[in-house]
Design a protein around this ligand. Structure first.
Ligand code: NAD
Ligand code: FE2
Length: 384
């Protein structure tokens, strides 16, 4: 018998090539003026002018905030929230990957809840439903366009704060693979490994359940099949489409079934060094899997069977699990994300601090093996 489970998702998702064309129709039932939250590069592209035109057809205005940086900060949220209030917006559109979506979801929360945003860090802390948010996703990815959480960096403590709650859900998510054709190889690889990490960590999470299990297994299959193709040939629309669905299913899974120690440690490193979230997950993933293996042989072996059904047949769980970890290492190597931490500027003298931050990160609570500080230091050493 299953226990009671919650499943969160935006009320509308529009997926597939050309889905950006639906933005005017979707926006017209939500507000008359939107704040578009993005970065300077995406603001300068044709996607932004297309969004402006598609909204104008429905007599909808758009104001632009283009200063989001990767690992968005509390300061950028405050700045964008001021612009939202000053210009009389009634909704937010995010254009980009997880950084734009996370900033936008925070701005929408502040539109209906008193500042400062940091008082709402934790679970279900913002009482009022936020302003409507339309997430236009351009990476595959964090799946932040559909999850009920966002992460902001407090640059005073160099810590990533996690905010979670039903009021952090977007109203509409748009996942158009055509918008991802320009994503460079390195970002395709790193963001794709983030999605793979979501699926694998969720599959062994202590909060997973039947629905998240199914989604995570399918996501792993899609990502193994199409991530190497998308990295080798960024213009392959079929591979991009597969990655949209793979990351989306991984997002439905982890957004409801949790992640684990890879994310907890990546958040600690991301807060300290402002390194790309997906790349950190890619680097840590095989090491944390090796650490979790004692508890997860059967589950990892099931994921191996999802990608290699013939080879996995009749294999004992321990060998299936080892084969799956080897596949993850091989994939990461093939797409260039197996970079030692020391090459990313991580300092050994920070290991104690990183381990302490990872232990206090909420994602650590759903890891299948409860780590000690020394375990995390061991993982950091092996990834160094
Ligand atoms: N809320 C959640 O559920 C959740 C989950 C995982 C990660 N995150 C957060 O998401 C952030 C990372 O997001 P991300 O990995 O999507 O990267 P990102 O949003 O930080 O973007 C990285 C870079 O990619 C560029 N880019 C994006 N789309 C592009 C395109 N189509 N063509 C060319 N360049 C493009 C951007 O300009 C940017 O410079 C982190 O802050 C992480 O903590 C949130
Ligand atoms: Fe992630």
């Amino acid at each position: 018998m299953s226990a009671t489970s919650y499943f969160y998702l935006p009320s509308v998702s529009v997926l597939g090539a050309g889905s950006l064309n639906e933005i005017g129709e979707q926006a017209s039932r939500l507000a008359r003026r939107f704040l578009l939250i993005t970065d300077t590069y995406l603001a300068s592209t044709d996607i932004t002018s297309r969004i402006r035109r598609l909204l104008a057809v429905k007599q909808i205005d758009m104001v632009i905030y283009d200063k989001v940086r990767p690992n968005p900060t509390l300061d950028s949220v405050n700045e964008a929230a001021s612009l939202y209030a000053e210009t009389g917006c009634g909704g937010v559109i995010s254009l980009g990957g997880g950084s734009a979506h996370d900033c936008a979801k925070a701005v929408a929360v502040l539109a209906a809840n008193p500042a400062p945003i940091e008082q709402y860090a934790g679970v279900d802390r913002f009482p009022n439903e936020g302003a409507p948010v339309i997430t236009v996703n351009t990476t595959a990815g964090t799946a932040s366009e559909i999850t009920n959480c966002f992460l902001l960096t407090d640059t005073r403590s160099n810590t990533k704060l996690i905010f979670e709650g039903v009021n952090a859900l977007a109203s509409v998510a748009i996942d158009d693979p055509e918008l991802m054709l320009t994503l460079p190889r390195d970002l395709t690889a790193a963001t794709g490994m983030d999605a793979l990490t979501h699926a694998i960590e969720c599959y062994v999470s202590t909060a997973s359940y039947k629905l998240t299990d199914e989604l995570a297994r399918i996501a792993v299959r899609y990502i193994f099949r199409s991530l190497p193709v998308a990295v080798t040939d960024p213009g392959d629309l079929d591979a991009r489409d597969d990655m949209v669905y793979g990351q989306y299913m991984a997002g439905m899974a982890f957004g409801n079934g949790g992640v684990g120690l890879v994310h907890a440690t990546a958040h600690a490193l991301g807060g300290l060094y402002n390194l790309p979230h997906g790349l950190l997950n890619a680097v840590l993933l095989p090491h944390v899997m090796h650490f979790n293996k004692r508890q997860c042989d059967r589950r990892y072996a099931e994921l191996y069977a999802a990608i290699e059904p013939l080879k996995a047949k009749d294999l004992p769980a321990g060998r299936g699990a080892a084969a799956f970890i080897a596949e993850v290492r091989q994939l990461s190597k093939a797409i260039g994300t197996d970079i030692p931490l020391h090459n990313l500027g991580v300092r050994e003298e920070d290991f104690e601090t990183i381990a302490a931050k990872a232990l206090s990160d909420a994602c650590c609570d759903t890891n299948p093996v409860c780590p000690a500080r020394s375990d995390i230091i061991g993982i950091l050493k092996s990834a160094y």
